[in-house]
Design a protein around this ligand. Structure first.
Ligand code: HEM
Length: 469
């Protein structure tokens, strides 16, 4: 069969497609290209190629379920760490999220040690702490809720508390903890730095670079102090991710994680877990408020299960409609909208597109989740019904890899179980106690994109429900 060229917009001489992409919101341009070019498209940034002289052809983006299914074959493709994630490595090195593949299926060794020690208990260790601690969320604001910001404080505080018993107390102080400011600025700067050549970062942007390194120091020192004090408290009975990493022995090598690796991973969990989860919660509330029938069903499910009583661990697997709401939310608004892979060998995808060894290929989840061959004519509509267990499982059998918001294979999200339980708990508690409406009835969804996506300027108002105080 003949090979086909990968299509894409023509662009300007030298500058390529530099000005075809909205730099504030790349995903909006990418969605338009996907509509124009169909199953695959490629952008060109020739000047950037020259500056970096990396010789790697610009990554094509895959837009259909069928192509992404091929990409999920781990014998052909592996995760690639590049772009802003490469910058994040300056803070967390070979931690779980940022560890590199070394080729031929091998990973940087610390990934394997951490993965084997943590994988068996990751979800349960985080979730057990959650019930007692999360009830603090009840005292959250009841007036105009800045959804993304407030949920971000909530998810970050919960993660720090459940993973290492550390309190940021974001709801009680006017000022955020220095770690949080450092992390936020570090993440923004990671996004700014990666397209620039190293010499520009070191000379022209020297001030920003100094700040970047001092933010890294703030984050590491904060977490280092937590690790030190836990080690000094030898009698501590606390069981969490920190204790699992301090005590855990790798069943394969008999090795333990060094303190530096533990710090890498604790910071990783905070970075990887807070915006992804708060973004999902924010989008879920937006979708529910916009779809009153789905809202009514979700609230009815919570009322039938809990009435006005407290939510307990045994309730968590009795919320099928709420789970479907979350699945449908992540289908339409995957908070990590693109994952990046690399070809292990010269390859051909879709029977006609040549991919060379080491070429980076992007799975454009924000588009593949809308594939009409999988989701039909109503693919762009919010309909939790289609995500109830039976339909969800039937579809996954018929169309493998049609829904990948948590990534793929051995590099898939290790925090997934927790990322599911926490929003379920928060949604159930909030729907039980309050009615929510848009603060501005004319608000239309806008998106903010950093390493993740989240709603921008989305505020809602909470009204306490009758009979509750
Ligand atoms: C990996 C999504 C919550 C920790 C990933 C990946 C995705 C993802 C797509 C794969 C990234 C890639 O291929 O490059 C999400 C979403 C979440 C969520 C949508 C919430 C809705 C969490 C939480 C934690 C976490 C709560 C930690 C407590 C991680 C880690 C990895 C990862 C450590 C790297 C795993 C590895 O490569 O071994 N996540 N995540 N995530 N996630 Fe999550």
């Amino acid at each position: 069969k003949r090979l086909a060229p990968i299509p894409g917009p023509r662009g300007l001489p030298l500058l390529g497609n530099l000005f075809d992409v909205n730099s504030e919101l790349p995903i909006s341009s990418q969605l338009q290209f996907a509509d124009t070019y169909g199953e695959i498209f490629q952008l060109n940034f020739p000047t950037i190629n020259i500056v970096f002289a990396d010789g790697i052809p610009r990554p094509p983006s895959l837009c259909t379920r069928a192509l992404v299914h091929e990409l999920c074959d781990e014998s052909r493709f592996e995760k690639s760490v590049g772009g802003p994630v490469e910058e994040v490595r300056h803070a967390v090195h070979d931690g779980l999220f940022t560890a590199r593949s070394l080729g031929s299926g091998e990973m940087e060794p610390n990934w394997g040690v951490a993965h084997r020690i943590l994988m068996p208990d990751f979800g349960p260790l985080l979730i057990q702490g959650m019930f007692a601690e999360m009830h603090e969320a009840r005292h959250g604001p009841a007036e105009a809720i800045m959804v993304s910001e407030d949920f971000t404080r909530l998810t970050l505080d919960t993660l720090a508390l459940c993973s290492m018993n550390f309190r940021f107390n974001s709801y009680y102080h006017g000022n955020l903890h220095p770690f949080i400011n450092a992390m936020n600025e570090f993440l923004v700067e990671s996004g700014n730095r990666f397209p620039r050549p190293a010499v520009a970062n070191n000379v022209i942007f020297r001030q920003a670079t100094n700040k970047f390194w001092s933010d890294i120091q703030t984050m590491r020192e904060t977490v280092q102090a937590v690790v030190r004090s836990r080690k000094e408290d030898a009698g501590s009975a606390r069981r969490d991710l920190l204790s699992a990493m301090l005590d855990g022995v790798d069943p394969k090598t008999g090795g333990k994680l060094s303190d530096d690796s533990i710090i890498d991973n604790l910071i990783t969990f905070l970075i990887a877990g807070h915006e992804t989860t708060s973004g999902m919660l924010s989008f879920a509330f937006y979708q529910l408020i916009k779809h009153r029938e789905a809202y009514r069903r979700a609230q009815e499910e919570v009322d039938d299960l809990l009435s006005t009583g407290p939510i307990r661990a045994e309730h968590m697997n009795k919320l099928p409609y709420l789970s479907a709401v979350l699945r449908e939310t992540l289908r339409l608004n995957p908070t990590i909208p693109i994952i990046s892979l690399r070809a292990r060998k010269d390859d051909v995808i879709g029977g006609k597109y040549a991919i060379s060894k080491d070429q980076i290929v992007l799975a454009f989840l924000a588009k593949t989740h809308l594939d009409p061959r999988v989701f039909g004519e109503t693919a762009s509509e919010f309909d939790p019904e289609r995500m109830l267990d039976a339909s969800f499982e039937r579809r996954n059998k018929e169309f493998p890899d049609n829904w990948k918001p948590f990534g793929n294979g051995m590099r898939a999200c290790i925090g997934r179980a927790f990322a599911w339980q926490e929003p379920l708990l928060v949604m159930a508690m909030l729907l039980q106690s309050f009615n929510f409406v848009l603060h501005d009835p004319d608000y239309v969804l806008q998106i903010k994109q950093t390493l993740t996506i989240k709603p921008k300027g989305f505020h809602m108002r909470a009204v306490i429900r009758n009979g509750l105080t």
